[in-house]
Design a protein around this ligand. Structure first.
Ligand SMILES: *[C@@H]1O[C@H](CO)[C@@H](O)[C@H](O)[C@H]1NC(C)=O
Ligand SMILES: *[C@@H]1O[C@H](CO)[C@@H](O)[C@H](O)[C@H]1NC(C)=O
Ligand SMILES: *[C@@H]1O[C@H](CO)[C@@H](O)[C@H](O)[C@H]1NC(C)=O
Ligand SMILES: *[C@@H]1O[C@H](CO)[C@@H](O)[C@H](O)[C@H]1NC(C)=O
Length: 282
């Protein structure tokens, strides 16, 4: 497998507001990655652009059922490969409307002319390229993007306790996303959420979410998530202070945790370290 250049960009965002339900077609991306070195620049009227439009329409429609679709359109040298993924709690028409807009905006506005683009939104992502390895090599999670909450847990001891809890939360939700509950139960969705008790410095609970593209096997999914979980210590703060939230988004898997709830809780949301008085729901 060819190792592509590791690309990690970092930004900050204000504390997460919970309960956002933006479903309009003008949602701003978190990050846009245009790969200008990826060969042919497509132009108005080019075969590549028309294949890209057709692929974007087809993938957006096909994602209606499961929140995921991948495929190729056209013939070499103008063949386009792509994939789309909706967050596990944001599927259906709201997501597919967003995906269709994302393809239009990427080609017209974010990455005009680029054959290869990745656009990450809060609740979905699109990726397209002229490089067939996108679909033949599901082990490639790049380009990666990461961001962190501006609020922090400070002090070496508290920061270490916070990262241990956040990492445990990510590990356990990753197991659930990859292998289901109980392990190897029927067709895990490759999406899982969880919560862990922390109760220091105004952070009572840490909420977490992980997801892989559902075409990965359980082992591929777990290994992809292990790869981004392992990057948390260096991307999120240092030994003396750790942000109370962060996310790492890749093409094949992603993670996020926050001190405020940011996903739709369900009966499968796992609960860790909860005091007895709060763990009655599970
Ligand atoms: C950009 O595209 C080129 C050509 O396809 C590829 O070799 C390179 O790895 C790509 N870079 C990234 C960051 O995807
Ligand atoms: C492709 O287009 C972009 C934006 O128009 C431009 O910056 C870039 O130099 C072009 N690359 C090639 C190989 O023509
Ligand atoms: C889109 O989201 C809104 C708000 O959450 C919801 O009421 C509506 O049913 C959703 N529409 C579709 C097509 O999923
Ligand atoms: C999380 O899992 C990794 C291996 O995948 C392990 O090295 C680490 O100790 C685990 N951390 C916690 C807090 O569970």
């Amino acid at each position: 497998m060819l190792n592509l250049l590791l690309l990690v960009l970092t930004t900050s965002w204000p504390p997460a507001a919970s309960g956002q339900d933006a479903s309009s077609a003008t949602v701003s991306p978190l990050n846009t990655h245009c790969n200008a070195t990826a060969g042919t620049n497509h132009t108005a009227g080019s075969a590549y652009l028309s294949n890209l439009r057709a692929l974007g329409g087809a993938l957006s429609r096909r994602a209606l059922a499961t929140g995921f679709a991948s495929g190729s359109y056209g013939a070499a040298p103008d063949e386009v490969h792509g994939l789309v993924l909706c967050r596990g709690d944001f599927t259906g028409g709201n997501c597919t409307d967003g995906l269709a807009s994302a393809f239009r905006d990427a080609a017209a506005q974010f990455c005009p002319g680029a054959a290869d683009a990745t656009v990450y939104y809060d609740q979905y992502m699109i990726r397209y390229t002229n490089d067939g390895r996108l679909l033949s090599d599901p082990g490639d999670n790049e380009p990666l993007w990461s961001g962190k909450n501006m609020n922090e847990v400070t002090g070496a001891d508290a920061a270490a306790r916070f990262m241990a809890k956040a990492t445990e939360l990510m590990n356990r939700t990753a197991d659930l996303a990859a292998f289901g509950s109980p392990p190897s139960s029927s067709s895990p969705s490759r999406y899982a959420t969880g919560e862990t008790w922390f109760d220091e410095q105004g952070v009572s609970v840490v909420y977490g979410l992980v997801q892989c593209t559902p075409d990965l096997t359980g082992e591929q999914c777990r290994s992809c998530l292990a790869g981004i979980i392992a990057q948390m210590p260096k991307l999120f703060g240092d030994a003396s202070s750790r942000p109370v939230g962060g996310r790492i988004l890749g093409v094949r898997c992603n993670l996020r945790y926050e001190k405020d709830v940011f996903f739709k809780e369900t009966s499968t949301t796992i609960k860790l370290n909860m005091p007895k008085s709060m763990s009655s729901s599970r």
